[in-house]
Ligand binder design. Structure first.
Ligand SMILES: [Zn+2]
Length: 311
């Protein structure tokens, strides 16, 4: 059985947008990269796991103050991990923007990541898991081997509706955008998508690697839920996942952030339950999860997994 661990490095400004909190403090613009990436690299090196990091490429632009981000991305690659494209500026509404913006967001990130790492990325994850036909078409055009954005989890979708509605009731607008609901019934196992309908099977020259959901109920088997779940529930979920030959375990940089130590403002901590859990507790849960998975799974990057599925 194969397992790929991936980390979406959404900057803190993304969370401010989702929760309608306005602009994030400038001093924290790269806090996720700066504080969380070394923690992930440390865990992976101790367990000898190669993972995939999805980078929001705006952080790599050639301008003052961004050298540290480029150095960190090079460190990720030097440690044997893969760096994937998570768009240039992470617009949650990318799937609804004109094709020219889609091409620009994917293309700019493609060039910046290639420049920073020396190797152009071959994998993409859409902001907010919302992959569109235009995006898939552009990825095929650039010769990408895989997309990993489909997240067929109806429960997660409903939870997002709940958060957006709660904000709406307060007269605020969440920056989050609902994914195309057709993705909720997509295959939970890797497949070759239809170029004009990414949630359907077809014959595009690219592989879709859906993010893990449990069998039957399709609960999100992602880092945030696994790290926050009580150990018994986590063990149950991992047991359920054994029915799937490929486990695409997705995390976010913020999963290894410590609100207190990393100076996260109280306004965001109040909105993000995972920020109210200590780093040591989340690290313990993460290592326990990896330790359990290592007994049965071979760990590969998403790029390697895509290769195994014929990309
Ligand atoms: Zn993201």
């Amino acid at each position: 059985m194969l397992c790929s661990v991936s980390i979406d490095l959404d900057p803190i400004s993304c969370y401010y947008r989702i929760h309608a909190l306005g602009s994030s403090p400038r001093s924290l613009c790269d806090v996720i990269l700066r504080r969380a990436v070394p923690r992930f690299l440390d865990v992976f090196s101790r367990h000898n796991i190669k993972a995939t990091f999805f980078v929001v490429a705006e952080e790599l632009e050639e301008r003052a103050g961004k050298q540290a981000a480029r150095a960190l991305v090079r460190e990720i690659v030097a440690a044997g991990h893969e760096v994937g494209n998570h768009s240039f500026s992470h617009p949650y509404e990318l799937a609804r923007l004109p094709r020219a913006r889609v091409v620009e967001e994917i293309g700019r990130a493609h060039v910046l990541i290639g420049d920073a790492t020396g190797t152009p990325p071959v994998g993409f994850r859409a902001p907010g898991y919302d992959i569109s036909a235009d995006m898939l078409d552009e990825l095929c055009h650039l010769g990408y081997r895989y997309d990993s954005s489909i997240f067929p989890a109806p429960g997660y979708y409903l939870a997002k509706v709940g958060v957006m509605f709660a904000l709406f009731a307060l007269g605020k607008k969440s920056g989050a955008v609902l994914t195309d609901p057709r993705a909720l019934v997509a295959s939970p196992s890797p497949y070759r998508p239809d170029r004009s309908a990414p949630w359907r099977k077809g014959n595009a020259p690219i592989i879709e690697l859906p993010i893990a959901v449990t069998p039957w109920l399709r609960l999100p088997a992602i880092g945030t839920s696994l790290l926050l779940a009580p150990p018994r529930i986590r063990a149950h979920w991992l047991e359920q996942m054994r029915r799937r030959p490929f486990f695409n375990l997705e995390l976010h940089g913020i999963d290894l952030i410590d609100a207190e130590r990393d100076g996260i403002p109280a306004e965001l901590v109040a909105r993000q339950p995972d920020l109210r859990v200590s780093l040591s507790s989340k690290q313990r849960a993460f290592e326990a999860t990896l330790g359990r998975l290592m007994l049965e799974y071979e760990f590969v990057t998403l790029g390697e997994a895509a290769g195994g599925y014929g990309a």
